[in-house]
Write a protein that binds this ligand. Structure first.
Ligand SMILES: Cc1cc2nc3c(=O)[nH]c(=O)nc-3n(C[C@H](O)[C@H](O)[C@H](O)COP(=O)(O)OP(=O)(O)OC[C@H]3O[C@@H](n4cnc5c(N)ncnc54)[C@H](O)[C@@H]3O)c2cc1C
Length: 318
């Protein structure tokens, strides 16, 4: 039996987010697992139908008074000490990456980030994660207890199974020391689907030659109901905002289809998209690395390929 603490997050509509539902699948796949979902603040309505044993709410709500993530880390550390789980799972979101690492430090446990698989009954837990910028996958056996992991968003299907967990609250009785305060919050302007949640991603690189072609990519993404991504070279050139960057130092995406236009396929870029179900490459250099990763590829100038492709997709969708 593996005891799992799964740290949940809400989406912009106040419901349990996709990363959490995917983590429920991963935890359930462990086999004989006793899963407790932990929610900071008030539990969303959808929490009461999760297919897990228990939902525990902790009072920690981030505010300027208690500092960024400090209270939630303190409460989780107390919960881990009192429940002694085998594994603590976060989604690899901004929240999971920051709080997971802090929690591991507080409870003196191993931390494995960006895992795409997890297995094991009880201890030790084994995880698989990309290494060397996504060029290889490594398996790690985590001997420490608990094992604290973040799971790559999109690596598991979201759980659709329903249940009726017991709902409890937990209070650590501690007030975290304030070491930072929030001086302002900027909400990223976005139209349409989030890059990390998109089933179709149309990404552009240096081969586009400038910012204007990104409007063609946006048109294609729009018709497909997807989102626009970019290589770091395109973002660094100022052609598109860094919030679109895919890769090692950008976002990780796992869409059904990833269309890479004028992108060479450097390992640091592939680290963010190699778990896509199908990669389609458009590149004028047939020896480009992207073709080693792509399921479908077109060798040629994007300017000749993309407009008729867009027109055909529009026709088929009409
Ligand atoms: C620590 C570190 C972290 C990094 N993190 C990231 C990251 O998160 N994301 C990321 O993307 N990169 C990252 N990089 C950078 C990465 O190494 C590459 O430099 C970058 O991905 C290259 O971007 P690109 O493919 O757009 O450009 P290039 O490598 O210059 O490739 C451009 C491609 O466009 C093709 N092309 C040119 N003209 C056309 C045309 N008309 N039609 C079709 N194809 C054309 C060319 O054949 C070429 O293959 C990182 C690097 C380091 C060192």
């Amino acid at each position: 039996m593996t005891s799992v603490l799964l740290i949940a997050e809400s989406d912009e509509h106040g419901q349990i987010n996709q990363a959490t539902l995917q983590a429920v699948t991963a935890a359930t796949d462990l086999g004989e697992a006793e899963i407790t979902v932990v929610i900071a603040g008030e539990a969303p309505g959808s929490a009461s139908s999760l297919a897990v044993e228990k939902v525990v709410t902790i009072s920690a709500i981030e505010s300027a008074d208690v500092g960024i993530y400090e209270q939630v880390t303190a409460d989780l550390a107390a919960l881990v000490s009192s429940t002694n789980p085998d594994v603590v799972i976060f989604g690899k979101t901004d929240f999971g990456s920051v709080v997971g690492a802090r929690l591991a430090f507080r409870v003196d446990a191993a931390f494995a980030s960006d895992c795409i698989d997890i297995s094991g009954t009880g201890k030790p837990v084994s995880v698989t994660r990309p290494v060397y910028g996504g060029s290889a996958l490594a398996e790690f056996e985590i001997a420490s207890s608990p094992a604290i992991v973040t799971l790559r968003v999109g690596a598991f299907e979201p759980s659709t199974v329903t249940g009726s967990p017991a709902v409890e609250s937990f209070s650590s009785g501690t007030t975290a020391e304030q070491c930072a305060s929030v001086s302002g919050t900027v909400v990223e302007a976005r139209e349409g689907v989030r890059l990390e949640d998109a089933d179709f991603v149309v990404s552009g690189g240096r081969g586009l030659g400038g910012p204007e072609p990104f409007s063609v990519l946006a048109d294609l993404a729009d018709v497909l109901g997807g989102a626009v991504g970019a290589s770091r070279a395109a973002c660094d050139a100022g052609w598109i905002d860094h919030s679109h960057q895919v890769g090692l130092t950008g976002k990780s995406v796992s869409p059904d289809v990833y269309i890479a236009v004028g992108i060479s396929g450097a390992s640091q870029h592939m680290a963010g998209c190699s778990s896509s179900r199908a990669i389609v490459a458009i590149n004028k250099d047939g020896d480009s690395n992207i073709f080693k990763e792509a399921r479908f590829g077109v060798v040629g100038d994007w300017e000749k390929i993309l407009p008729p492709f867009l027109a055909t997709v529009r026709e088929l969708k009409a």
